[in-house]
Design a binder for this molecule. Structure first.
Ligand code: ADP
Length: 489
């Protein structure tokens, strides 16, 4: 099959969170399975250009209709960790992708509506006729709308769309004029069955458009697929999802073991694996050296996360003080889009600066994240909600025992050492139900307690996690089946 991903992220070139990892990992897995896979991305000025191999201009005469005129674009091609990527670079006074950031501008809806249109126009004009177009999150929700409203009449009648929801929190709610700018008819689309938002009167909802128009809709874990249908996690889209449940399902994300594997990870001073674990202890020492932590007999508790309300910020904060009060060291690597959240964690950092058992690193640092996954003993993920979550799966691969709130994909991947209704070899961490301090303390307390009192059992939990298979192998097969299913229709 020929598959084109239309996405606003692809690791390691343009990554804000899990979306970037998923697009990269799934694309690579599908290529390994023999499919032709290409990714179309915006050409951001803030991308990691050093991680693109062989960047060259391949198309310089693309005119993308937008509003009442057309915007001239160049298209570049390059490889991102082996994945074929096309980057769309518009030339207009909007400066859509030259903002020094990926997201967070007031005109994000306009920026990505333009990108969705540009991706389709590029496919049309360059003669690409993929079997499946796979798009992701609200930013590319207009792709199936544009395909079935416009482009199928221009020569793209054979294409099918798979649409993946990575996070229902952000839906691309915007003014109806965005639809008009993208060349669509608000009169036709602004109805409750199509793009009209449920809560904001007169607003368009781009994610809703993707759900309504795509041939198949997935979300990133089975538990989250259920939660967004039946709880407030759907953020108003429950009804739309229920209407379209016949073409909807949850596929657990994988992680790319070419990137996340302590046996071959070049970011680690010492490689290791489940059958030769000694390197992990050398990496713990290296982590302490790097972060100037005291080198004594204590577990290292870590958090690697975007600093966002979704991630359970009060419990992240509490886990710092709880760990330090319970003879554990604590390391945080986190970055936030909101200035007030970053300021709060900078205050904490200054407050704890002289503590030899604690280091808070505020910022985004891919290289350091690898060393933390390897050098830590316990990773805390106390999310309010979590569509899938990659950090707990990465942690398990690195022999770091996760302590997670049992929600979304966290509940699908981590099984409690004491209470899980699972075979012993599947018990991989510690979970808690309620989003509160007693919940966190019960799980984190058991993890730290086990590390001290029953180190052999703690080690077995560690090994159970390392032996799980969170590769893209299974999800890759699921997506292949979905693509075959929608092509046959
Ligand atoms: P989300 O997509 O909601 O951010 P996930 O757990 O699905 O959460 O994916 C997070 C990814 O981003 C993981 O690969 C994690 O290691 C990485 N990550 C998060 N914060 C940072 C940071 N500050 N520095 C480096 N990597 C980070």
């Amino acid at each position: 099959m020929f598959i084109v991903m239309v996405s606003t992220e692809c690791a390691p070139v343009a990554k804000v969170g899990g979306l970037g990892d998923v697009v990269q990992g799934l694309s690579r897995e599908l290529s390994v399975r023999g499919h032709a896979v290409e990714v179309i991305l915006p050409m951001y000025d803030c991308m990691r250009y050093d991680r693109i191999w062989g960047l060259t201009k391949t198309y310089s005469d693309l005119w993308v209709p937008f509003h009442d005129h057309a915007i001239h674009c160049d298209v570049y091609f390059g490889f991102a960790d082996g994945v074929k990527c096309f980057f769309i670079q518009p030339h207009s006074q909007h400066n859509f992708f030259n903002r020094g950031l990926f997201y967070g501008n007031r005109d994000d809806a306009e920026r990505f509506a333009f990108f969705s249109r540009a991706a389709l126009e590029f496919m049309l004009k360059s003669g690409k006729r993929p079997d499946v177009i796979h798009c992701h999150d609200w930013q590319t929700g207009l792709v199936p709308v544009l395909l079935f409203e416009t482009y199928q009449h221009l020569g793209m009648a054979g294409q099918r769309v798979c649409y993946t929801l990575h996070n229902l929190r952000h839906q691309g709610v915007c003014g109806a004029h965005i639809l008009r700018q993208a060349g669509l008819s608000p009169d036709r689309l602004m109805t409750p069955e199509r793009l009209l938002d449920h809560t904001h009167r007169d607003a368009a909802n781009l994610m809703k458009g993707g759900i309504v128009y795509a041939n198949f809709v997935t979300t990133v874990s089975p538990r989250y697929a259920e939660e967004i249908l039946t709880t407030g996690q759907g953020f108003g889209l429950q009804g739309t999802l229920a209407t379209h449940r016949g073409k909807y399902g949850g596929v657990l994300n994988g992680i790319d073991y070419n990137v996340w594997n302590p046996e071959i990870d070049s970011a680690l001073p010492q490689p290791y694996g489940p059958d030769a674990i000694a390197g992990k202890f050398a990496d713990k020492k290296a982590l302490r050296d790097r972060l100037l932590l005291a080198d004594h007999f204590r577990p290292v508790v870590a958090v690697v996360s975007r600093l966002d309300h979704q991630k359970g910020l009060p419990l992240i904060r509490h886990s710092i003080f709880y760990s330090l009060a319970n003879r554990a060291q604590f390391v945080l690597l986190g970055s936030g889009a909101e200035a007030s959240i970053n300021a709060h964690f900078w205050d904490l950092k200054h407050h704890l600066n002289d503590n030899p058992d604690c280091h808070l690193e505020i910022g985004y640092d891919e290289h350091l994240s690898h060393l933390i996954y390897a050098g830590a003993d316990i990773l805390v993920v106390p999310s309010v909600f979590e569509p899938c979550g990659l950090s707990q799966m990465i942690a398990m691969k690195y022999g770091t025992v996760p302590v997670v709130r049992a929600t979304g994909g966290l509940a699908d991947t981590v099984f409690d050492a004491n209470y899980a209704d699972r075979p012993y070899h599947d018990r991989t961490g510690f979970t808690f139900e309620h989003n509160d301090v007693p919940g966190l303390e019960s799980a984190l307390g058991r993890a730290i307690g086990l590390w001290y009192r029953y180190p052999r059992y703690f080690h077995e939990i560690r090994l159970n996690g390392m032996r799980q298979d969170f590769s893209w192998n299974h999800p890759g097969g699921h997506y292949e089946n979905i693509y075959h299913h929608i092509r046959a229709k």
